[in-house]
Design a protein around this ligand. Sequence first.
Ligand SMILES: [Zn+2]
Length: 335
Amino acid sequence: MSLSSIVSPVPVALNTRRLSEHLYRKEFGEVAAAAHPLGARLMAAGCGKGAGSFFSLVPMASAFRLERATFVASARRYNGLSPADLPHSHHCGNRGERQLGQPDFTHLYNCPCLGGNTRPHDSVKNTLAHAIHQCGLVSALPKTEVQMDRVGCDTWHADIMLVDDASGTSYVIDVAIVNIDSATALQRRGDFGDVEASLVQAEAEKRALPIPQRVIQEENNSVVFVPFVMSSAGGFGPAARAFLKVLYRTARARAKWVMATGQPALERAWNTTFASTYWDMRLSVACTAASAEVVSRLVARDINMGMVTHRLRRQPWGDPNFSVYGVREGGASGG
Ligand SMILES: [Zn+2]
C-alpha cells in the first residue's frame, strides 16, 4: 500500500477558511448589534472595499508617507474616537466657538473649515484623474472641472471627463464623499446595509442632477456617467467599484497592469505591485488622509486659539503690517 493512499485527503465540503469566515461573520454581527450606532456604522464602513487602506501603508513612496498627526487622526476617525481631548473648545470659523463633547465630537471630522470638505474631494478627484491616465484609458492626463452644456439645463461641471482612446466611450465622472459619521448620518440606524445604502443614495442624488440625468437618458450608449462615491472610511461605492473594474481591465489589456513596467513613473511599495492594489490604496488614502490632515490642523488651531492667557498682559496687535516704530499714514504725530 502506498503512503499516498493512506493520507490522501477525503474531499469535504468545508475548508478551514470558509468555516472561520462564517464564524467571524457571526461574531462580527453580534458585536455590531450591541455597539453604539456610530460604532456599528464604522464597523460596516470598515468592511467596504478599500476602506482603512492607510493601515497597510508601506512608506516607500511619498504618497504613502503620512505625518504622524495625519495617521493618528485617520486611525482615531476609523475607530470612532475623538481627535482631541473632550470637552474640546472648537472655533468653527464664522459660526463662532462651541464646546464639543462625546455626543458631537464627530463635528471635527465633518467641519468645513480649513477645506474640510473640498480637500478630500479634490484629493480623490485628482488622484482618480492620474489613475485613469496611468492605467491607459487615455494617453494624456484627463481634464477636471469640465464644462458641460445641454439645452434647457444650467451649465454644470463634471469633476472629470474623458474619451477612451480605444473604444471611443466617453466617461463623465462626479466624485462625492459620504461622511458616515456626520450628525445627519448618525440619526439613521447603524447597521450594515445602512452604510452601503448611504453610498447608493449619494449615487442616486448625483444621477438625478439635470445634466447627468440627460446623459444617462439620452446618450447611454456612447457616454457613461459615473457617480464615484466613497465613504469617509475610504471605501468605494458600487459605481466606483464598477468603474475601477473597467479601469483595471484596461490596465491589463494595455500593458499597464504591473506597476514596475506598466506605470514606471510611479513610486510604489511592495504591497502595491499591481495596478489594482496600487490605485485602490492611493484613492482610499487620498480620501482618508486628506481629511485627517485637515482635522489635525483644525485641532491644532483650536488649541492655539484656546490658550489661557494672563488677564492683564496684552496680546499681539491685530494688524500684521503695524510696527511700534513705524511711520503712520498722515504724519508722524499720530498714535
Ligand atoms: Zn467646525
